[in-house]
Design a protein around this ligand. Structure first.
Ligand code: 1GP
Length: 265
């Protein structure tokens, strides 16, 4: 269980941080926990749990529980060694829900999102209305997030019925970011879609960053150190990667791949 005062995803700091997204549908809870530990060893700053739109709460819950248990064990083990860094394991597990059906009280917090460019009332307010009572009862820390799906958009763009933001739509992304800030959201997430053929355009990231004071998350289709560095230089406070973590059954290979990405930040 994450133990800190203050926001889970603070803005700024001297460098961009990395977040690992784990889709509970893509591996067993045990393997999810192993992958999360490797990611933390490589320097990831938070674990997001979520992704697929049809994942039930039971598998989300089991995955969160497994990751939390692994982090607590790693922290305890570190506390027994004077040279080990106990604090590095104290990172938040945050729900990144496809909807109100994918929740868990085992998480530390939740991205409480408005899919701002959805054309469907469901993703603007209805899922939130369904989820809010559960979140309140579970006592999850909410991270109010303006979620903006940019082209190519992928599955989330289709399912979320997003009116995609395209490269060159600078005025539009700027207005979305200003609106998010005026609503009091702490965070804006520019999403190209999981497994996207290309990441969010660098111009959109730059414009978003200069349009608001919210924490800026960027994700979708980021696979190389060059893409990581470019998104960081454009102004992302956090870069989210998911798919690459699912591509390696061998944890040593996963470690090498994640290290090569995170070390450029
Ligand atoms: C998806 O932005 C995240 O919501 C991560 O995308 O799976 O392409 O890394 P990838």
């Amino acid at each position: 269980m994450w133990m800190h005062d203050g926001p889970m995803l603070p803005r700024g700091g001297s460098r961009t941080k990395h977040i690992t997204l784990i889709d509970p549908d893509k591996q067993s809870p045990e393997v999810a926990a192993q992958r999360a530990l490797v990611a933390v060893e490589c320097g990831t700053s938070a674990i997001f749990v979520g992704g697929s739109t049809d994942t039930g709460s039971n598998i989300v819950d089991a995955t969160c529980a497994s990751i939390q248990e692994a982090l607590e064990l790693a922290m305890f083990a570190a506390s027994q060694h004077p040279d080990a860094e106990e604090e590095m394991w104290n990172i938040p597990v945050i729900l990144f829900p496809g909807g109100a059906h994918a929740m868990s009280a085992k998480a530390d917090g939740i991205l409480f999102m408005m899919l701002m460019n959805s054309t469907s009332r469901r993703f603007l307010i209805e899922e939130q209305l369904t989820g809010a009572p559960y979140i309140a009862q579970a006592g999850l820390q909410t991270i109010p997030t303006g979620y903006i799906v940019c082209s190519p958009g992928g599955v989330v763009g289709e399912v979320g019925q997003a009116d995609l933001v395209h490269p060159g739509d600078s005025k539009l992304v700027s207005a979305y970011c200003q609106t998010a800030e005026m609503y009091g959201f702490s965070t804006v997430y520019l999403e190209a879609g999981s497994g996207a053929s290309s990441p969010v355009s660098l111009d959109l990231i730059k414009t978003a960053k200069s349009s608001m004071h919210c924490t800026l998350l960027v994700g979708g289709g980021i696979r190389t150190p060059e893409q990581m560095k470019a998104a960081a230089d454009a102004g992302a406070d956090y870069i989210v990667t998911g798919t690459i973590t699912e591509e390696f059954d061998d944890l040593q290979l996963l470690k090498q791949r994640l290290q090569s990405l995170i070390s450029v930040l």
